[in-house]
Design a protein around this ligand. Sequence first.
Ligand code: GUN
Length: 289
Amino acid sequence: MRFMPNIIDGKKIANDIIQDLKNKVSILKEKPTLCVIIAGQNEASKIYVKNKIKKAQELGFNSILKELDENVTKEELFDTIRTLNNDENINGILLQLPLPKHLSEKDFLDEISPVKDVDGFNTYNSGKLFKGEKPYAIPCTPKGIMGVLKLYDVQLEGKTSIVIGRSNIVGKPIASLLLKENATVIQAHSKTKNLKELTKIADIVVSATGQKEFITGDMIKDGAVCIDVGIVRDENGKIKGDFEFNSISKKASLITPVPGGIGPLTIANLMVNTYELYLLQKGLKNEKR
Ligand code: GUN
């Protein structure tokens, strides 16, 4: 059976999220403040950070960029985070990864106050997510994926889903979120054997490996929902995803392209997280946790 794939327009969904947020922010007396910390000169990170700050400004948030030297000491970075934790004018703290090699990502992520952890990467928030409880913030890319599945009314309960990748940023949190919705979750990774046998039975495929066109149409079940979280440049500098788009789109009922699929949703959800943490800190939103 041939399906007409529905190609998900992540840019449009992200624009709708931002528009909705703009309306909500416009009625606030004070504006949320996001602080982004970057250490070193990783070129990709510099672009990501610039885009995050630009989006925050577009929304009318206050934004602060802390650019630290490649050789920043542990003490300086700890001090920077602690000062921001203690500053009640700061609502969201984002520590851009990767950090320079002499710094432990885990130690610094865990130093960020859980209520200001806009990425949802520290142990408190990721532990809450793992237990199926409510963290202060859900990591932005997985949150974006769940938003797309909801928007397209994808039924998850009892469905077989496969997550390819086990990073703390995407693979592990999206598996927890799918599990919470009662999907049957297969967590595959670089050491998985017979990947095709597993992808073939999946109703939902989420791939986050960063390996160009690693997943091909023959690995996909007819009608599967296919979410591509990979971003990699090919030899001509063109951005590609984990999916071989042409062959998968002939099988999928829903597919996210790269670029223009999940990517734009990450920044949009970072802004949502900043806004939501602001509301929590100001006592404007009471939630059971
Ligand atoms: N590096 C790559 N992706 C991310 C992200 O979502 N957040 C942070 N802080 N660093 C990253």
